[in-house]
Ligand binder design. Structure first.
Ligand code: H2B
Length: 103
């Protein structure tokens, strides 16, 4: 599947520039990461619920952790051992719903 091919460095740079607040992961793996901040746990969990449903539809899943209103997300494609268009699509969706869950 072409979507699951590792992005070239240029394509990845361009995609990161179009996203809102994502950066190369500090991890040893090839990944992108973002910390989402919400005002409380309910908003954070609402965000995670919507993202989880989308991830399941895409069959592409985030690595994440949550503490109260904070959600740390890491996106990478295991099968490609790096960042692919699938990660960018899921990141775009998360950016879009980020505002939607705020009350
Ligand atoms: C069998 C199943 O389709 C695969 O394991 C999928 C599931 N979710 C996945 N999620 C992510 N982030 N990367 C993958 O390579 C991946 N593969």
């Amino acid at each position: 599947m072409p979507q699951a091919e590792k992005l070239t460095p240029d394509a990845r740079k361009a995609a990161l520039a179009d996203l809102n607040g994502w950066s190369d992961s500090q991890d040893t793996r090839d990944a992108i990461a973002k910390t989402f901040e919400f005002k409380n746990f309910v908003e954070a969990f609402g965000f995670m619920t919507q993202a989880a449903l989308k991830a399941e539809k895409m069959d592409h899943h985030p690595e994440w952790s949550n503490v109260y209103g904070k959600v740390d997300v890491v996106l990478t494609t295991h099968s490609a051992d790096g960042v692919t268009e699938l990660d960018i699509k899921l990141a775009q969706f998360m950016d879009k719903i980020q505002e939607r869950v705020k009350s």
